[in-house]
Ligand binder design. Structure first.
Ligand code: SAM
Length: 252
């Protein structure tokens, strides 16, 4: 997969894209990430990428021409590509959206700055807008990194461990259970005994029940989309949780 990042602050990406899972995925050629400096496509001698808003008001607006020229210079890769503008106006990014993006050949992520980008650029060139939450950042770079990271870890081979993304929070409308590592006792607190038992079926059951409890408590809204197998329903019934889960699924 290829991801192209368009920004007036290309140095913003240097360190985050050169660490951990993204770095490994790049080295293994699982993902090809290219950074483009929008300023290189400004037509005037001061390399202006922004100007005052028509109609007056605060701040500056990103000019459409450098954005369009930069976008046109990005070669299209594969058959399935999307041009995405990071923007607080877009639908909120989710694990499901990350999965959709991970199925594409190329994502082109455009980072706004100042008051945002000229509306005509968005209308003509952008396939969709994408927000990472109901708050306003100073620029789209952090949002583009969030999208890049979430997509990258879903690409086959990126995590090194085949199924860990499948068991992450949100992959099944559930939050992930708590995790424990050595030592077995920390400040008087013990690791749940079942995790030390070596009984894999009991460990799986414990983790599933803990995930459900956590989701019921913190994100009951997620439960609505959760499909339970017969075996899982049986476990929840034995734990006295099935009725509560069903009530929450009906309510939210
Ligand atoms: C200061 S913001 C502009 C906010 C705009 N004036 C508004 O009120 O909606 C500058 C840029 O940061 C990015 N940005 C800010 N908040 C974001 C969010 N929640 N999700 C994605 N991108 C965001 C966008 O690219 C935006 O063009």
């Amino acid at each position: 997969m290829r991801i192209d990042l368009l920004s007036i602050f290309p140095d913003f990406f240097t360190s985050p894209l050169d660490e951990g899972i993204i770095r490994r995925a790049r080295l293994a050629q699982i993902i090809d990430i290219r950074i483009h400096n929008i300023r290189d496509y400004a037509c005037d001698r001061h390399q202006m990428t922004d100007d005052r808003p028509y109609g007056g008001g605060e701040g500056m607006v990103m000019k459409p021409e450098p954005l369009a020229a930069c976008l046109k210079a990005v070669p299209r890769y594969g058959e399935k590509h999307r041009v995405i503008l990071l923007s607080p106006r877009g639908p909120c990014f989710s694990q499901q959206q990350a999965l959709n993006y991970a199925g594409l050949d190329q994502l082109i992520l455009i980072c706004g700055r100042y008051e945002g980008v000229d509306e005509r650029f968005t209308e003509r060139f952008v396939d969709e807008e994408c927000s990472i939450g109901d708050y306003v950042l100073s620029g789209g770079e952090l949002a583009a990194l969030v999208v890049t990271d979430a997509v990258c870890r879903l690409l086959p081979g990126a995590l090194g461990c085949a199924d860990s993304a499948e068991k992450d929070s949100f992959s099944r409308n559930m939050l992930k259970h708590g995790q424990y590592t050595r030592p077995p006792v920390f400040e008087g607190m013990e690791v749940p005994a079942v995790l030390l038992s070596g009984d894999h079926a009991a460990v799986d059951r414990h983790r599933f029940v803990e995930s459900i409890r956590l989701t019921m408590c913190r994100r009951p809204d997620l439960l609505k989309g959760l499909e339970l197998s017969r075996e899982e329903r049986k476990v929840l019934k034995q734990e006295g949780l099935l009725t509560q889960v069903e009530q929450m699924q009906a309510r939210v």
